[in-house]
Write a protein of this length. Structure first.
Length: 307
């Protein structure tokens, strides 16, 4: 490997959806050669257009063959496993000494399995799922939750810092995905509790816009109240690009983990049942914001401001 390649690694990126597209563009604009692939035909070419040093690839194998570090941003750990070990997968192009950086929301036990198989061929793995949603990806303000050895984190930290504003090292491989599912479990319960509180207040005659302002200056405030209620609910757009079914998937992972550990999670378990009901009611592909629509429906109260 040349000194130039060592100082500025070639980067592959697989998964160019709402999050992956802006994340990969930050790397390209920072001067990295970026090799792109997405399961959607034509998507990689679309993202590569207008980016200097970005190349669309026909398969994960082709991405791996040109990369020192490959980043994945995919729906879950099973998809990651398929992209790595499936037909024309990354594993068949990753050379010894390369590294897989998975930023997906995935099951930590599957992450550890994938990492163990890659280690057999001399390939390292880091899990670094994100928080910050589409806005954070576009603004390069993501929060990364990292599971890795110190050495592997050192290799990927410069890339993470190009795409985000915070990098937290949680422990060994799988630790990042453990933290991610717990973060989303807490977020989901917070969203449902906030929606119910606003619906009760609205029925009592309070303006939910004023209520949200109070929450944001008080102990009841949260990321949800600061970034979701005015922006997605009170304007009736319900348009967060993150899907309700994906939030439910992360809740599933967190509760599976709790069950594996023998830890009762009564509050989260009840909340999970409510999210399941909301997902069934709102249908496939619904925005996570539609959880509030379901709360409004069950409480027969629209969270609507007279302003």
């Amino acid at each position: 490997m040349s000194e130039k390649t060592f100082s500025r690694p070639r980067v592959g990126f697989v998964g160019l959806g709402v999050m992956g597209a802006p994340m990969s563009s930050h790397l390209s604009r920072a001067g990295h050669s970026v090799w792109l692939h997405d399961a959607q035909p034509g998507r990689a070419a679309q993202v590569a257009e207008g980016l200097d040093g970005a190349t669309a690839c026909q398969s994960p194998h082709e991405v791996a063959a040109h990369s020192d570090i490959v980043i994945t941003m995919l729906p879950n750990g099973r998809v990651v496993r398929d992209v790595v070990f499936g037909e024309a997968g990354l594993a068949y192009g990753l050379a010894s000494g390369t590294l897989l950086l998975d930023t997906s929301s995935a099951e930590p036990w599957l992450t550890r399995e994938t990492a163990a198989r890659l280690k057999e061929q001399g390939v390292s793995m880091v899990d670094a799922p994100v928080s910050g949603a589409e806005q954070g990806a576009i603004a390069a303000e993501l929060v990364f939750m990292v599971g890795a050895s110190d050495a592997d984190l050192g290799r990927v930290r410069p890339l993470l810092e190009l795409m985000g504003k915070h990098v937290f090292h949680l422990g060994d491989v799988g630790s990042g995905h453990t933290m991610k599912c717990l973060n989303n479990l807490i977020t989901a319960i917070t969203l449902s509790a906030t929606a119910e509180g606003l619906a009760i207040g609205t029925r009592a005659g309070l303006d939910p816009a004023a209520m949200t302002d109070v929450l944001n200056a008080s102990t009841g405030g949260s990321w949800i109240s600061r970034t979701h209620i005015h922006q997605r609910v009170l304007n009736r757009k319900f348009d967060d690009p993150f899907k309700l079914e994906l939030m439910l998937k992360d809740m599933d992972i967190a509760l599976d983990l709790a069950n594996e550990l023998g830890v009762p999670a009564v509050i989260s378990g009840t909340g999970h049942q409510l999210w399941q009901a909301a997902a069934l009611d709102q249908g496939p592909g619904a925005s996570v914001s539609r959880l509030v629509s379901w709360v409004e429906k069950t409480m027969q109260t629209e969270i609507r401001s007279p302003r």
